[in-house]
Design a protein around this ligand. Sequence first.
Ligand code: NAD
Ligand code: G6P
Ligand code: MN
Length: 443
Amino acid sequence: MKNKLSVVIAGGGSTYTPEIILMLLDNLDRLPLRKIKLYDNDEARQNKVAKACEILIKEKDPTIEYVATTDPEEAYTDVDFCLAHIRVGQLPMRELDEKIPLKYGCVGQETCGPGGIAYGMRSIGGVIENIDYMEKYSPHCWMLNYSNPASIVAEATRRLRPNSRVINICDMPIGMEHGIADIVGVSSRKDLDIRYYGLNHFGWYTSIKDQTGKELLPALIEHMKQYGFINGEEGMATENKDSWFETNLFAKHLVAVEPTTIPNTYLKYYLYPDYVVEHTDPNYTRANEVIDGRETEVFSACAEIEKNGHSKGTSLEIGIHAEFIVDLATALAFNTQERMLIIVENKGAIKNFPDDAMVEIPCIVGKDGYEPLAMGEIPTFQKGLMEQQVAVEKLVVEAWIEQSYQKLWQALTLSQTVPSATVAKQLLDDLMEANKQYWPELY
Ligand code: NAD
Ligand code: G6P
Ligand code: MN
């Protein structure tokens, strides 16, 4: 019999928490649990989902202990895994990350460009605080961290907590691989052997093989040249199309620039920032879509469960994108040696790239952690883009550590999404004012 495990979800009040709980409950045969805890530093927000989560757990397996708490000691004592998805400043600050850059004609996005930089400056402290609680109360625990912006957060953990048991990971490749499997007609993403390299939200698939070893990349590239990253949803009713639909459709323009690989769709923000800005409503961004959509739906579904005392008929669904969390925890707990894309220190995996860059590459995961696979040399176009972006991310982390206005100005200036040092400075002053409650003071 497998040992039963104890997990804490940090950022318990997240809109993703109920679907992650459902996903954990659906996978108890792979990842048996004896305890599930929610931890947040905002009790009122966590309470919007906490009671519903308790009901979901009791319905599935009443022997699983459950606690929702804002006390770090209670949260982090006796836990094997911390699933961390915090958002420092919550969705109202995401809205500013998106809207402030748009005032200056720059991309306004959660993790890319000036918005991602501003968010990074908020996230670092929150993630480090949670790592420190984990190490204090459960030193053997692993943190599976998917708090954004993952690249900047990963660089911060490398610099500030290099020996901590933290694995930085993103669901985007999983989401893309579901889409890829669908387009190439393979029933499960797990039947694909993929190669991918890059930074988080900034990378390329270089090989996608089926179980017979057949290379599917050329066919997929042809599909993407024509339809982008969508498959038959072209005629979908307009009211069902959110900004992700546009992003997936737009992927054809990414393949046009680099037609030998399959790009992460986030590259649109770096390769076509002018187009993105022209096609964004500066008064209604993705944060507004999320607040009016996912947040409203999840919180009202939870309120309904709480009122009824049961979950029958609920609209809440298992988060299939979140299956990477179970895969990763299972690999660490039970040594599955599964191959997964994670964000790790390069250390030679990409041969012609700095050792100390945090890159997203396939790794084999087992009970002692991860072992990166060698990716070999990468071409000039990708290397050039990645070097510039890594420098931005490193400068943000240095700015946070050194409380340096100068370095943050340099980071913004160097971003592919910002046209000049002049605009970078205006942006910095505006973002700094908006974030004064959250950023370290800069000198
Ligand atoms: P959200 O605002 O709904 O929830 C985040 C929660 O974190 C809030 O309840 C907030 O109070 C809490 N929080 C903030 N600071 C904290 C701290 N220091 N300690 C404990 N809790 C804290 O946000 P969301 O939209 O659900 O997203 C959550 C996070 O997950 C974001 O960082 C988002 O970017 C990230 N995300 C990552 C992936 C991925 O795969 N990489 C996918 C989806 C979301
Ligand atoms: C993907 C990315 C995440 C990001 C999320 C945003 O899942 O991998 O890093 O946070 O998209 O989605 P949203 O629906 O909040 O815009
Ligand atoms: Mn991500």
